[in-house]
Design a protein around this ligand. Structure first.
Ligand SMILES: C[S@@+](CC[C@H](N)C(=O)[O-])C[C@H]1O[C@@H](n2cnc3c(N)ncnc32)[C@H](O)[C@@H]1O
Length: 431
């Protein structure tokens, strides 16, 4: 409140903002979010608070995402992403001086300004956003920050920006369901595409290098877990979450098979037996570790999500303390879910006891498979997104027999495996 009454350019604000920014960067480096000295320097140089004029410098320099626009239903559609994930992704993107970079999801313009620092005077940054009001805002913020080299464009990023192609780097700061053909086409040979990509409900920040082949493809050089708002426009993917209409719950399944909410409610109303597991889980394991393992391995994965406002109404179903939901397997006549293993809270390792509970006639069979997956994942060393390898090919190129999992999209198919934890496999590809 105090700060918002001061003019944004006042010396007091600037000095305070400099201190807060320095502290934020120290936190990001100490927390292992930024490794590259160039990225660290960019974060030091670009004033985040100038891109968030409605917020105090205190808020702007907290390591948190800040929602800047919502749709009519109140869902976030634009935000300044959490600095931690921005740092991680800028490290993944490996922007070099002189690079030509395309950003899809200009938002406030902050990330574009950071990348303008990284490409320097010999490079270029184009940032596209689908909403004209956001582009106008970003323009103002960039001017106020003294960052004059970014080119802002209003448009649908699913089409890339052919006028500026080819690019050394294309980065999406918005979640995508698929890899659009325009992005492949607009990369230079050996160029890098970085995008938050959805894999059966998990979202992964995947840095992919364009490889000539044969067969030509995009091969991951690094994978991290992330959570971005979704792409709108022609590239918007299917939404496979369905509200259950009770207790603020929703069920999310793999993209191609949305669940019938009434059938899920009927299953939940008939809980069957429960088996405690020796494996304990941390909150993050529902999305990244085990949750991601199931997403890759089991096409019938489902997640039960609970809105924060309703979490007190659905406590018995959700492992205590685990954030926002639980994970399981869903069939036509059965469901298996992870539930709290006992009334005990988390141990010193922040891991909770869990059990597998069966629902419906096929529940026991699904529960046995879920418990088996939990054991296999734990025995494989509890792999996370960082351990995952992802290779993407155009939709027409079919991977033949291989131990890797294949997730099919409209324009691409993803071949996923855990090279450190399984027998390395290289899928044979057939046209
Ligand atoms: C998380 S915000 C990006 C934050 C931004 N990089 C920053 O530093 O402030 C995601 C942005 O993607 C934009 N967006 C959504 N769909 C898009 C599309 N099809 N093309 C371009 N931008 C899109 C949204 O309007 C939103 O501003």
């Amino acid at each position: 409140q105090r700060w918002t009454r001061l003019p944004p350019g006042s010396t007091l604000i600037r000095v305070r903002a400099d201190q807060l920014r320095a502290a934020m960067v120290v936190g990001l480096v100490r927390g292992g979010r930024i490794h590259s000295p160039a990225v660290r320097r960019a974060f030091r140089a670009v004033p985040r608070h100038v891109f968030l004029p409605e917020f105090s410098p205190e808020d702007a320099y907290r390591d948190e995402p800040i929602v800047t626009k919502r749709d009519d239903a109140g869902r976030p559609i634009s935000s300044s992403s959490q600095p931690a994930i921005m740092g991680i992704m800028l490290d993944q993107l490996d922007v070099r001086p002189g690079h030509r970079v395309l950003e899809i999801g200009a938002g406030t313009g902050y990330n574009a300004a950071l990348m303008a620092e990284l490409v320097g005077p010999t490079g270029s940054v184009v940032a596209v956003d689908i909403d004209e009001d956001l582009v106008r805002g970003a323009e103002e913020h960039l001017m106020a920050a003294g960052s004059f080299s970014v080119r802002l464009v209003t448009g649908d990023g699913a089409l890339g920006y052919p006028e500026g192609a080819p690019f050394d780097r294309i980065v999406l700061t918005v979640g995508s369901w698929d890899i659009q053909p325009a992005w492949w086409r607009q990369l230079v040979p050996g160029g890098r595409l970085l995008l938050p990509l959805s894999v059966r409900g998990s979202q992964l920040a995947v840095a992919l290098d364009l490889v000539a082949g044969p067969p030509p493809g995009l091969h991951s050089v690094s994978v991290r877990s992330c959570a971005f708002v979704r792409l709108r426009g022609t590239g918007a993917g299917p939404d496979s979450s369905r509200a259950l209409g009770r207790d603020g719950l929703a069920v999310q399944t793999a993209d191609e098979r949305p669940a019938d909410p009434r059938a899920v409610c009927a299953l939940l109303d008939a809980p069957g037996p429960e088996w405690p597991s020796p494996v304990r889980l941390a909150a993050v394991d529902l999305w990244d570790g085990l949750g991601l393992w199931l997403a890759v391995q089991q096409p019938d994965i489902c997640r039960l999500l609970v809105s924060a406002a309703a979490s007190d109404r659905a406590p018995s179903l959700l492992p205590v303390g685990l954030d926002g939901g639980t994970v399981g397997l869903l069939g036509s006549h059965g469901l298996a879910l992870l539930v709290p293993g006992s009334r005990d809270g988390a141990g010193f390792d922040r891991r909770f006891p869990v059990a597998v509970r069966a629902y419906g006639p096929d529940g026991a069979e699904l529960a046995a498979r879920l418990a088996g997956q939990l054991d296999t994942w734990a025995a494989a060393g509890r792999p996370t997104a960082t351990d995952l390898r992802l290779r993407a090919y155009p939709a027409g190129v079919a991977p033949a027999a291989s131990s890797a999992a294949v997730v099919r999209k409209a324009h691409s198919q993803l071949v996923l495996d855990w090279p450190r934890n399984s027998v390395p496999s290289s899928p044979i590809l057939e046209r």
